[in-house]
Design a protein around this ligand. Structure first.
Ligand code: GLC
Length: 539
C-alpha cells in the first residue's frame, strides 16, 4: 500500500493479530513480536495492507494487555522496543503498515499514575482517576462493571471509591482533567514518531463518561475530547484511526468518521454483531437473515458519502464466525467462503481476524482451559444466579472470547507450529486438519478466497466507491446486493444457508463478468448450499 496517498485506508484490508496467540519465537509458549516478523511473508501473500496488533505494551495481563501499565514500553513477554522497530520496518518493506491498539479509557491498577493516586487525595496523580467519597458497602450508585461486580471499588486508606467500567484492575482515567488528556496525547505522538501507520482506539466512546449520571458511552463532552485529541495528535497525518464504538448509532458514526477527518478515519461498531444477543451476551435471542441484512443495509446507506465503517465478522472479543453463523462441520470451508464474500463485497474497510482466513472454529474447552477474565467471572456469576454448570458452559462455549484467542494454527505438527514450548492456552485439536500449511497447499481453501477478495478490492473501484442496494430483503437464505460506482456495477449473491436456494440472476447482469465463484460454474437460477458469486460489469 502507498501510505502517502490520501485516504489510503479506504482501499485497505486490515489483518488483526492477537499477539499472545499468533507465533511464539522463543519457546515460552507466548506469541511475540519476532514471531510476527517471521510470518510477514505469509501475510504479504494473503495481500493485507495493515496489521492491527492487540496491545503489546507493558501490562500485568489481567485483561490480556487491555490493562496497560506503561504506554511507552513493550511488554518483555512480547519483545523489546527494538523488536517493535524491526517489525515496523520489516512490515513497511512489504507494503504493510502497523496499527497499535491504544487503551486510553483506563490503565492498569499497576500503572505508575494509579499507584501514585493511591498515595493520597493531594497526590498530583490522584485526579488522574475518577473518585467519589462514600462509605464502605455503599457505592455511589449501582453501576455494574462489564466483567461482573460493581463498577466502583472501595479504597479504605482514602475513604473513596474509584470507578472502573471493566475489571477493578482497570481503573478509568479522568478525561475531564486536561493533564490526563495531555499525557495521552504525548503517548500518541511518541508512537507516531516511531512510524506506525495508525491506531485502533479501544472503547473510545466511553471517555466522555459521567458516572454520576450513569452515562458511559457517548457522554456529554465526548466529541469535544475526541476533536481535541485529533487536533493535538494524528489530525492531518494521513494515518488510519479506528474508533471502537460499541454505543454508536448511525448519526454518531457519521460524526466519528466524518470525511473532514476531524475525529477518526472510521468507526468499528457492533450493531450487526449483537443481533443474536439477548438481555446479556450469555443469553441468545433468535436472529433472522432478513434482520441482519436490514441492519447491514441501513449502515451501508447511512454512511455512504458521509462516513466510513469497518467490516468485520470476528475479532478477539467475538466467537468465530464459521461456528456462529456458518457451519463448522461438513460445510466449514464453503460457509467460511460464503461469509467472506458477503462481507468483503460491502463498502468500508474489511478486517480479517487471525485464523479467519483458514476458517478457524470455536473451541469448546472445559473451565480449566479457559483463560479470559470475562468468561471466568461470568461462570461464577451465572452459577450464582442459578444456572447449572452445563448451562453456563454452553453459554461460554457459544460466545466466550477465548474462542477467538486459541493459538494460530500454522501446521498439523506439534502445537500447530505455534510454539516449541507449552502454549499459554490450549491449541484447538482440529489443527491437524485446519491449518495454514494445508490451506496454502489447497487452491480451493478459504485462504485463497480471502486472497482473491483482497486483490479484487485493489483492482475494481466499485468495491471502494459503490453505493448499496439490497436485493430480496425478505429472503431467509440469500444475501444479495448490487453496488454501483467508479464506473462499475457489482452484484454479490451469497447463499447463507446449508440448503439450495433459488436465485434468478438479475437481467442486467446476464452478460456480466463472473469475478468470483466459490463452487465452480454457477447453476442457472439457483445457488448451491453456501455458494457465493460476485459479478461485475461496466456502467
Ligand atoms: C475492548 C477490547 C476488549 C477489552 C475491553 C476493555 O472492548 O476489545 O478486549 O477487554 O475493551 O479494555
Amino acid at each position: 500500500m502507498d501510505f502517502t496517498k490520501k485516504d489510503w485506508w479506504k482501499r485497505a484490508v486490515i489483518y488483526q493479530i492477537y499477539p499472545k496467540s499468533f507465533q511464539d519465537s522463543d519457546g515460552d509458549g507466548i506469541g511475540d513480536l519476532p514471531g510476527i516478523i517471521s510470518r510477514l511473508d505469509y501475510l504479504q501473500k494473503l495481500g493485507v495492507d495493515a496489521l492491527w496488533l492487540c496491545p503489546v505494551f507493558a501490562s500485568p495481563q489481567a485483561d490480556n494487555g487491555y490493562d496497560i501499565s506503561d504506554y511507552r514500553a513493550i511488554d518483555p513477554m512480547f519483545g523489546t522496543m527494538e523488536d517493535m522497530r524491526a517489525l515496523i520496518r520489516e512490515a513497511k518493506a512489504r507494503g504493510i503498515g502497523i496499527l497499535l491498539d491504544l487503551v486510553l479509557n483506563h490503565t492498569s491498577d499497576r500503572h505508575r499514575w494509579f499507584r501514585e493516586a493511591l498515595k493520597g487525595r493531594d497526590n498530583p496523580f490522584h485526579d488522574y482517576y475518577i473518585w467519589r467519597d462514600g462509605e464502605p458497602g455503599t457505592p455511589p450508585n449501582g453501576m455494574k462493571a462489564t466483567f461482573g461486580g460493581p463498577a466502583w471499588t472501595w479504597v479504605p486508606e482514602l475513604g473513596q471509591y474509584y470507578f472502573h467500567q471493566f475489571a477493578p484492575q482497570q481503573p478509568d482515567l479522568n478525561w475531564a482533567n486536561p493533564k490526563v488528556r495531555q499525557e495521552l496525547y504525548g503517548v500518541i505522538r511518541s508512537w507516531m514518531a516511531e512510524g506506525v501507520a495508525g491506531f485502533r482506539l479501544d472503547v473510545i466512546d466511553q471517555v466522555g463518561k459521567d458516572p454520576d449520571l450513569e452515562v458511559t458511552a457517548n457522554g456529554p463532552r465526548l466529541l469535544e475530547f475526541l476533536r481535541e485529541m485529533n487536533r493535538e495528535t494524528f489530525g492531518g497525518a494521513n494515518l488510519v484511526t479506528v474508533g471502537e464504538t460499541w454505543g454508536a448509532n448511525i448519526e454518531r458514526a457519521r460524526q466519528y468518521s466524518a470525511p473532514d477527518g476531524s475525529i477518526f478515519s472510521m468507526v468499528f461498531q457492533f450493531e450487526q454483531m449483537v443481533l443474536d444477543q439477548g438481555p446479556s451476551k450469555w443469553e441468545p435471542r433468535p436472529m433472522t437473515l432478513p434482520a441482519l441484512k436490514k441492519s447491514i443495509a441501513r449502515w451501508q446507506q447511512g454512511l455512504h458519502g458521509c462516513g466510513w465503517n469497518s467490516l468485520f465478522w470476528n475479532n478477539h472479543d467475538l466467537p468465530r464466525i464459521v461456528s456462529r453463523w456458518g457451519d463448522d462441520g461438513a460445510c466449514r470451508v464453503q460457509s467460511a467462503q460464503a461469509l467472506a464474500v458477503a462481507l468483503h463485497g460491502l463498502q468500508g474497510t474489511p478486517y480479517i481476524y487471525q485464523g479467519e482466513e483458514l476458517g478457524m472454529t470455536n473451541a469448546a474447552y472445559p473451565l480449566a482451559d479457559l483463560r479470559d477474565i470475562e468468561s471466568l467471572n461470568a461462570y461464577k456469576d451465572l452459577r450464582a444466579r442459578g444456572w447449572s454448570d452445563a448451562e453456563a458452559m454452553a453459554a461460554i462455549h457459544r460466545v466466550g472470547r477465548d474462542n477467538a484467542r486459541t493459538p494460530m494454527q500454522w501446521s498439523a505438527g506439534p502445537n500447530a507450529g505455534f510454539t516449541a514450548g507449552t502454549p499459554w492456552m490450549r491449541i484447538n485439536p482440529n489443527h491437524t486438519a485446519v491449518n495454514a500449511e494445508a490451506a496454502l497447499a489447497d487452491p480451493g481453501s478459504v485462504f485463497y478466497t480471502y486472497q482473491k477478495l483482497i486483490a479484487l478490492r485493489k483492482t475494481c473501484p466499485v468495491f471502494v466507491e459503490g453505493d448499496f442496494t439490497l436485493l430480496c430483503p425478505e429472503d431467509e437464505q440469500v444475501f444479495a446486493y448490487v453496488r454501483r460506482g467508479g464506473g462499475q456495477a457489482l452484484l454479490a449473491a451469497v447463499n447463507l444457508s446449508g440448503r439450495p436456494a433459488a436465485f434468478p440472476l438479475p437481467e442486467e447482469f446476464s452478460g456480466a463478468e463472473l469475478l468470483l465463484a466459490t463452487q465452480g460454474s454457477p447453476a442457472p437460477g439457483a445457488l448451491r448450499p453456501w455458494e457465493a458469486l460476485l459479478y461485475c460489469k461496466k456502467e
